[in-house]
Write a protein that binds this ligand. Structure first.
Ligand code: CDP
Length: 230
């Protein structure tokens, strides 16, 4: 079974996708972590994130390893170093959308994701999973929430990791990333035609997970899955 979970920053994708994978006994892949790991390495090497060819040199020379660790989600190693926490730092977040906007970078990373998808059942979360990476997914979920709520969640997540950022600043960053992600030429953030949209603004994570599982098990009445591949 292949499940695609897409949506903008802070809509709850990674937590929901990880929990759905766990409940169904499937692997979970956080595709954003791959763009983030590349961004971290580019920043460490002092590479200009607008330079596509320089980024490709980084992409083709890094030793990126993703370990699937059940309830911990994905643990990301760069050249043997665990960078799972580091790739969520604000400077990586501030540059990742520019890094991921380059066509060659996307083709390279999508090919890796495609390989993982071919290895068997998986839940993947990202921006282009239902449209580009797994257009043949059995289920496509598109999570949405208001910018205010997404910023609030991101602020809480950062605080849990000891990083305090002003809510207005987070809202600005989210708006900027939404804009870059949905207007880029190469596989922009877009809801697949056959995706089911869930507005998570006033739902808890558990409620969203239940909705997704209900949908997959055919119990959910208030959302329609059109089925088929477009
Ligand atoms: O968790 P959050 O929503 O902040 O972002 P993420 O899923 O870690 O993704 C970080 C960035 O990577 C996004 O803002 C996109 O620019 C890019 N991305 C992408 O282009 N395609 C994907 N499939 C996943 C992430």
């Amino acid at each position: 079974m292949k499940i695609a979970v897409d949506g903008p920053a802070g809509a709850g994708k990674s937590t929901v996708a990880r929990l759905v994978a766990e409940r169904l006994g499937l692997r979970y892949l956080d595709t954003g972590a791959m763009y983030r790991a590349l961004t971290l390495e580019a920043l460490r090497r002092g590479v200009d994130t607008s330079d596509e060819n320089a980024l490709m040199e980084v992409a083709t020379s890094i030793d990126l390893n993703i370990v699937f660790q059940g309830d911990k989600g994905n643990v990301i190693y760069l050249g043997g170093e665990d960078v799972t926490g580091l790739i969520r730092q604000p400077d990586v977040t501030a540059h990742v959308s520019e890094v991921s906007s380059h066509r060659k970078v996307r083709e390279f990373i999508v090919a890796l994701q495609d390989q993982i998808g071919r290895q068997g059942s998986v839940v993947m979360d990202g921006r282009d999973i239902g449209t580009v990476v797994m257009p043949d997914a059995d289920w496509k979920i598109f999570l949405q929430a208001t910018v205010e709520e997404r910023a609030r969640r991101r602020q809480a997540e950062l605080l849990r990791r000891g990083v305090s950022v002003d809510i207005e600043e987070i809202q600005e960053q989210i708006r900027a990333r939404d804009y870059l992600d949905s207007t880029r030429d190469n596989s922009p953030l877009r809801k697949a035609k056959d995706a089911v949209e869930i507005d998570t603004t006033s739902l808890t994570i558990e409620e969203v997970v239940d909705k997704v599982l209900g949908l997959i098990r055919g119990e959910e009445q208030d959302v329609q899955h059109s089925g088929g591949n477009y």
